[in-house]
Design a protein around this ligand. Structure first.
Ligand code: FAD
Length: 539
């Protein structure tokens, strides 16, 4: 058995890479264990030219747009993987093959890829407000410097507009990327009709995105505005954990071991932690020794490892997940007019709704134009036959605006999961039960109606509200919540897992609540907070 690593970090996702980066900054050695599946097929295949030009001129476009095995053609209902184009499928591939979950129709989307889920994320990066942080079990004053440090590390662009007071404070921002034709028109209608929108309790502004509008460091460039963000990442303009991992791999003291599926940890009498896993290439069992272990295997992945290692099979733990809805809409004023050619494909605008009037239960929606996507995505949701739908959608495409609505989620009686033991540890099944209560559901439907009303005020026609199903937000948390009480399966304020001496959890498992905002910026800031505390105590 080799010498114990001072820190073992499990995973290479947004949470784990930020924790590792912070430890390396302080001069500590880090061993990162990661399943680490990679895309061996599409990297470099998507030319760096605008999407519409590729559609018109590239004879090879079918290879990446449809996929070499046509895996990009998805004729099922709009589900959790609505944005997963062929070049992004690798993010979910190995998890779909290897990880098992069950329960009442909850679609758990996980990743066993290098970089994890954020290799496919939409890069929405809002900090939580102080109220939201407290509900999540985090101290706003302690989190503030870590938000700033992470924003500097990953690069965040955005507006400083009407949304600012509801967003949570964050200063190091690059300017927002230029809005496209739909967003510019909606902002100007909003400016004219603001009193009516405000009466509905809604505000509109530019999103905060982990995408660059200016270069950052030696390697990353501003977004080229090719509208290809769902297919490639030219100039690494969108923050993806693999961008940070590549930097870490070049640093002294960092040892990256991919192709390891960690199954459990055991604390040793003499101190330190033994980590056991499956060698995904050779097939055998592997062991590693560390002084401290940081789990960043994703909320569900870390929970699997913790429940198995602490022999808590069958024990229910709480679980939260943002409820998600899509509202496809047509902007009347855009009909028959052209689209912005030079644009990006991520969220163009953000709307926030304050139904309780005290900013404590915000509902959030991101506006997307139909940029860099194939019409086939819309056809499958059309009530008409494909031939007629195609003609209609071709005429409507440039004025299409899609709202992705997120609702907050608090822990509750109908929301829990448990690990069911199987013959081999890696086959254990996560049984997920997640059903918001009737009052929560009524509030969510009411908020979606208000968004539809606001869309009409903004001169859009909402076509329908689509609920892609439980789990579709892919924002999971709350399974090992922070607590000041000495309770099993909770974290203390330093992120240490109770019942262990040297095991820490740095991902979504340790957030007790999810406001209606993407959690990932907060996951990264919290991972940095936990790593910083460990540095303090390791000296
Ligand atoms: C399409 C899509 C859009 C999204 N949009 C947004 C958005 O706009 N804003 C936002 O905030 N969030 C968004 N998210 C969610 C966001 O991607 C996740 O919150 C975030 O990536 C979670 O990061 P993580 O590092 O905690 O976990 P993960 O990304 O799940 O990473 C887990 C890591 O651990 C490794 N791993 C897992 N289990 C094991 C094991 N047993 N052994 C070894 N390694 C293991 C994996 O290989 C991976 O590297 C989106 C997600 C998707 C899929």
């Amino acid at each position: 058995m080799p010498e114990a690593a001072p820190f073992i970090v499990v995973g290479s996702g947004a949470s784990a890479t930020v924790a590792a980066s912070c430890l390396l900054d302080a001069g500590h050695r880090v061993l990162m264990l990661d399943s680490g599946d990679v895309d061996g097929r599409y990297a470099g295949l998507v030319p760096e030219r605008p999407f519409d030009e590729l559609r018109r001129t590239d004879a090879q476009q079918h290879r990446y747009l449809l996929g070499e095995d046509y895996e990009g053609i998805d004729l099922g209902n709009t589900g959790p993987l609505a944005q997963a184009t062929a070049p992004r499928r690798f993010v979910f591939r190995r998890a779909m093959e290897r990880l098992r979950s069950g329960g009442d129709s909850f679609a758990a989307i996980e990743s066993l890829a290098r970089g994890g889920l954020a290799e496919a994320w939409g890069a929405g990066a809002f900090p939580f407000t102080p109220h939201e942080l407290r509900c999540a079990g985090l101290d706003p004053a302690e989190m503030a410097p870590h938000y700033e440090a992470v924003a500097r590390l990953i690069g965040i662009s955005g507006g400083n507009d009407d949304l600012a007071p509801w967003c949570g404070a964050l200063s190091p921002l690059q300017p927002a990327l230029a809005p496209d034709h739909n967003a510019a028109a909606l902002l100007s209608t909003y400016a004219r009709r603001k009193p009516r929108i405000e009466e509905l309790g809604m505000r509109l502004g530019r999103p905060m995105l982990a995408v660059l509008s200016q270069p950052l460091g030696a390697r990353r460039r501003a977004n080229p505005m090719h509208g290809l963000d769902f297919w490639s990442n030219a100039g690494s303009s969108v923050f993806r954990p693999s961008v940070l991992l590549d930097d870490l791999k070049a640093r002294p003291g960092f040892d990256y071991r991919p192709q390891v599926l960690v199954t459990r940890f055991d604390e040793l009498e003499a101190g330190g932690v033994r980590v056991t896993g499956r060698d995904l290439q050779g097939g055998g069992s592997v062991e590693f020794l560390g002084e401290r272990l940081i789990l960043g295997a994703g909320a569900l992945g870390s929970t699997r490892i913790a429940l198995r290692s602490l022999d808590r099979h069958g024990q229910p733990v709480p679980f939260v997940c943002n409820e998600h809805a899509y509202i496809p809409s047509v902007r009347w004023g855009g009909l028959g007019k052209g689209a912005a050619r030079h644009t990006y494909a991520l969220a163009q605008l953000t709307a926030m709704l304050d139904p309780s009037g005290d900013q404590q239960h915000l509902v959030q929606a991101q506006f997307f134009s139909f940029t860099g996507m194939l019409l086939a995505r819309l056809l499958k949701d059309s009530p008409l036959d494909y031939r007629d739908s195609l003609k209609i959608f071709q005429a409507l495409a440039t004025s299409f605006v899609i709202l992705g609505v997120q609702h907050e989620d608090l822990p509750g009686a109908g929301k829990h999961l448990a690990l069911r033991q199987a013959a081999a540890p890696e086959d254990d099944v996560l049984d997920i039960h997640w059903r918001p209560g009737a009052t929560e559901q009524a509030a969510q439907r009411a908020a979606e109606k208000v968004f539809c009303k606001a869309l009409r005020v903004l001169r859009c026609w909402p076509l329908r509200v689509i609920h892609p199903g439980a789990g579709a937000s892919i924002h999971y948390a709350g399974t090992l919540p922070p607590s000041d009480e000495e309770r099993p399966l909770t974290l203390d304020r330093s992120g240490r897992l109770r019942g262990t001496r040297n095991v820490y959890v740095c991902d979504g498992a340790g957030l007790a609540y999810l406001p209606a905002k993407g959690p990932t910026l907060t996951l990264m800031a919290n991972a940095r907070r936990i790593a910083s505390r460990l540095i303090g105590s390791a000296r």
